[in-house]
Every structure is written in C-alpha cells, then in structure tokens.
Design a protein. Sequence first.
Length: 202
Amino acid sequence: MVGRRFLPRLFSLLLCAAPASAAGSVRIAGAPAVVHKEIQAAVDAAVEGDVLLVAHGTYLPFTIDGKSLSVVAMPGATATVTGTITVKNLGAQQVVRLVGMQASALNNAAGMGFSALLLTQNAGHVHVRDSVFTGGRGAYGEQSGSPGGHGIWASQSDRVVIVECTLVGGRGGWGGGMFVGTGGRGGNGLQSNDSRASSHAS
C-alpha cells in the first residue's frame, strides 16, 4: 500500500522537475535550482521524506543512514553507481525507495567480493524497483579464491520489497599458484540474514 500511494506523487514530481541535461547531476524535488554532482551530497542535503531525482551518469557509492528518502532515476536515464549502495538504521516508520538504479560493486583484492546493495539494521521499509545490482568479484588465492559478493545483502532488515529487479552475484576469485587451486564460489543474487524480503515480477 505504501508503494501504491507513492507512485502518483512520484509521477507528478518527475513531470514538474526541471530537465537534467548534464550527466552526473542530482536534484532534490522541490528545489530544482540546486544541483548536486554526487548522490551522496544530495542525500546529506535532503531532509526526511525528500525525493532525489538522478540524471543519466555514473556516480560514487552512497549511504542512507536513518533517513526516509526516495532515490529515483529520471525517465530514460541510466543512473550507474560504481560501488556499494548502503541503507542502514531505518526506524520502524521510515521508508527508503530506490528506483532505476544500476549498481556494480567493486572487486575485492583481499577477500570476499563486495555487495552492490547492503541493507543492515533496518526496522523500516526498503522498496527497490526497476534496478540492477551486481556483486563484485572475490580475491585471488594461491590455493582457493574468495567468494563473490552478493547483488543484495540484507542483514537484520525485516521489510524489504524487490520489484522488477535483476540481481547478479559476483564471480568467485581465481585459485591457483604452483598447484591447481580452487576457484571461489559465486555470490548470490540475494543474500538474507535475519531478514525478510519479498521479490515480485511486477
């Protein structure tokens, strides 16, 4: 029900937003004159309940910590995040929505590959829609490689809803040296620990 009420409001905000012609720009709905180059800067400037409109471009990782926000790619835009998106410490009445994100986690040279979306200690809602999350590759090992990262890793997050998303686990690291080694296992598309998550095709 929360998501259905949100969609008409989101559609209105997108129609009213000033067009974003430059790559790598983020605006807070209601304040289109202020342009942020990175999503994290917009997250830090936003207040509870704001909607962040993300233009086509490539962005650094960002973290939402204990704040209700919606991060939405503009229509037709590809909003690419190189690294991990983290959502943590949401209160029971808080909601974070991620729409149209494409996040590819970094490879790890010293262990398990990183996850593309990390959800941790969230009592509130996390809604993810029309997004792609790809885990990073695990580290090389002389005898055995490290496992790949997960597309989404949810830990202690009880209200996760995933709609029309592609979740890809990262590749395991190579294993080898003087002798033939064992490659690390691939990561999961969705890894859930002490969490509840539902996935929907539409």
